[in-house]
Design a protein around this ligand. Sequence first.
Ligand SMILES: Cc1cc2nc3c(=O)[nH]c(=O)nc-3n(C[C@H](O)[C@H](O)[C@H](O)COP(=O)(O)OP(=O)(O)OC[C@H]3O[C@@H](n4cnc5c(N)ncnc54)[C@H](O)[C@@H]3O)c2cc1C
Length: 172
Amino acid sequence: MIASLDTRTAPFERLGKDYLRFLQALKTRGFEGEIAPDYANRTVLATDNSIYQRLPQAAVYPKHAEDLERLTRLAAQTTHRGIVLTPRGGGTGTNGQSLTDGIVVDVSRHMNQILEIDVEARRVRVQAGVVKDQLNAALKPHGLFFRPGAVDVQPSHHWRHDRNRCQRPGQL
Ligand SMILES: Cc1cc2nc3c(=O)[nH]c(=O)nc-3n(C[C@H](O)[C@H](O)[C@H](O)COP(=O)(O)OP(=O)(O)OC[C@H]3O[C@@H](n4cnc5c(N)ncnc54)[C@H](O)[C@@H]3O)c2cc1C
């Protein structure tokens, strides 16, 4: 059966106590991004580019790598062992991989900086939320580009998700 939201009951679904505890602890640990347990954020992230739907307990939007560290260190504690963290980029995966009934860790909002371009070594360091058009715009003045994707080499294809939606981890 295809997983889908029950719109009659979903708005009233409460956060699990363990998740509430985790989110409160995250706040006190100095998490600097947004913590969003509200129904609006949860609904938006309950779908992706697949046919499936799954209502997460909450969404979090890390500001930087330190926030990711705070999340994973906390989740590794025995008291939070049941907590599920699911990273999300552009949500263009076609099999529902970014959907979860745990916590969506959305890196697309803040973690989209190009950190370093080393022209000689042909190497770039980017945050997880960088998309290909952005990367190629920064590489162009150096006469470099990131490899074409499947969608780029099919001119009749009108989707452009590979260039301006899906993010580095999704492309590697
Ligand atoms: C039209 C179309 C054509 C496609 N063509 C191809 C193709 O030719 N070749 C191909 O390989 N794929 C193809 N795909 C699928 C493609 O792999 C995904 O769309 C894309 O790579 C996912 O990137 P995303 O940023 O949207 O990730 P999401 O959909 O947000 O997430 C995908 C998975 O990656 C995980 N993830 C996301 N961000 C992170 C992170 N920062 N750290 C760790 N894990 C993370 C998520 O938890 C999830 O499991 C195609 C998809 C579409 C819609």
